[in-house]
Design a binder for this molecule. Structure first.
Ligand SMILES: [Zn+2]
Length: 233
């Protein structure tokens, strides 16, 4: 009965708020899915989750001591994935983040390499950007992950302390020193002796993730891994 009511309401809402596959435009979608089955299968999975020494881990070699790192998908321009990320970051479409977060969460859940994660933390967004956007996209991704993988999300313990000034005129050392002071831990007891998984949407140079990770790793007994939705080739 309940499922038939749900199905009725779902069809009803489709009538007035039809939603279309972000990939091919078909309107044959399950509940809150963003992509049809065909387009979902075509998302370019990296298979990094179970791969030791994968390209995401190599980004951090010699820079910071992480346990594991991975991205779920390859990021390419003019792709379905890019369209979903634009929806999440610039079109106020949190559902796109939940949808992709679930996909990353499913991969993490099935991987032994990530099985001893204690808590997940979204990479804090520049506060100015968060005010403009209304939310932190990494937080939305975490909510998607946690909906399929039973791990607690810890918010507001790792924070971004001030606006990052334009860094183009600075040399590498100064940029690094500047980034180092961007993040802070407000309550180290919450993080102590935990294996933390730091989450972001896309990894490119990894500089921001590295700075945040370095701040977290100053808390005694912490171990750190990193996961992102997408990896830029
Ligand atoms: Zn489709």
């Amino acid at each position: 009965m309940i499922s038939s009511i749900k199905s009725y309401l779902n069809n009803f809402s489709h009538l007035f708020f039809p939603h279309y596959c972000e990939g091919c435009g078909t309107d044959i979608l399950l509940d809150d899915e963003m992509l049809c089955t065909k387009c979902s299968f075509e998302l370019p999975e990296t298979d990094f989750i179970n791969a030791i020494d994968n390209p995401v881990e190599k980004i951090f070699y010699g820079r910071i001591n992480i346990i594991n790192a991975a991205s779920a998908f390859y990021f390419t321009k003019d792709s379905v994935l890019q369209r979903l990320l634009i929806q999440l970051k610039y079109k106020n479409n949190k559902q796109a983040g939940i949808y992709l977060g679930k996909k990353l969460g499913q991969q993490l859940k099935e991987s032994e390499r990530f099985s001893d994660i204690d808590i997940i933390i979204p990479l804090p967004l520049n506060p100015k950007k968060e005010i403009i956007r209304g939310y932190n996209q990494a937080q939305i991704i975490c909510e998607g992950i946690a909906s399929v993988w039973n791990k607690p999300i810890i918010n507001n313990v790792v924070i971004r302390t001030h606006f990052t000034e334009t860094q183009t005129h600075q040399d590498r050392i100064h940029r690094w020193q500047n980034m180092q002071s961007v993040f802070a831990v407000t309550n180290s007891k919450v993080l102590q002796n935990k294996h933390i998984l730091l989450i972001d949407d896309v990894i490119t140079t990894g500089a921001t993730l590295e700075a945040c990770a370095a701040t977290i790793l100053k808390v005694p007994g912490t171990k750190l891994s990193i996961a992102t939705l997408a990896y830029t080739i």
